[in-house]
Design a protein around this ligand. Sequence first.
Ligand code: 3PG
Length: 305
Amino acid sequence: MKVLVATEKPFAAAAVNGIKAEIEATGNQLVLLEKYTDKSQLLDAVKDADAMIVRSDKVTPEVLDAAKKLKIVVRAGAGFDSIDTAYAKTKGVVVENTPGQNSNAVAELVFGLLVYAVRNFYNGKSGVELKGKKLGILAFGNVGRNVARVAKGFGMDVYAYDAYCPKAAIEEAGVHAVDSQNELFKNCDVVSLHIPATSETKESINYAQVNMMEKGGILINTARKEVINEPELIKLLSDREDLKYITDIKPDADAEFAKFEGRYFSTPKKMGAQTAEANINAGIAAAKQINAFFKDGCTKFQVNK
Ligand code: 3PG
């Protein structure tokens, strides 16, 4: 069997070595397509692949049609919005993710960005501290839980809302559970987004929502750019000079956001999960899931059932 690792944004070398060792231990072959710059390279590489490991790489109907032998795609990471899961299902291709494997890395970056923001992007002006500030975590999944853990180390007062997680489970983790998304925005000095990009969440973070934040509010997005209503957030940042928007996913309207100097920052390339540990955890988990699928038909992490 041929297992293709197709990563436009490559894994750390140690992760690639680990994936290779896992795959080859079962007598299968690893093929590597890293840092590809054109879709045609991916279309060519998938032709004879039986399995594929990807990151945020787009797995479109065109890619799935080109992959005549493909049986399984594992997204080494959490969000699978870059994969046409429904189309994969029609083709009998199993799609899986590796939940939780890269979440600590994303959570740590939240605080890297947050300290940078509250210290005025290190411009020499006096900033504020995180201790005692209210942090609102929107969605209490693997990343949200790690963010809560780190926030407590900073002495922050931690709140969370998750439409799919019972309040009791949030409280059990030592976090204040609020009743609605609005309440989170109204109560917190910082709101950190950890919702997936779905038809429900798309553009859900809008003018009215963010405008509920008190003076000096910070919105931090290490989730997906699609959850932001960009024109409305731009309008709000124009209307309210006290707000900041910090993100790990460059918005489509980056040039317009960049006009809010000192109140907007985006990493040049999504870096949340870009650590050796996250790459090793997610990459090797993906390889193991592929091995288990071929050996026992295991589909425990399938997301397109
Ligand atoms: C995820 O969904 O796992 C994260 O957003 C990381 O994505 P990446 O693998 O493209 O860095």
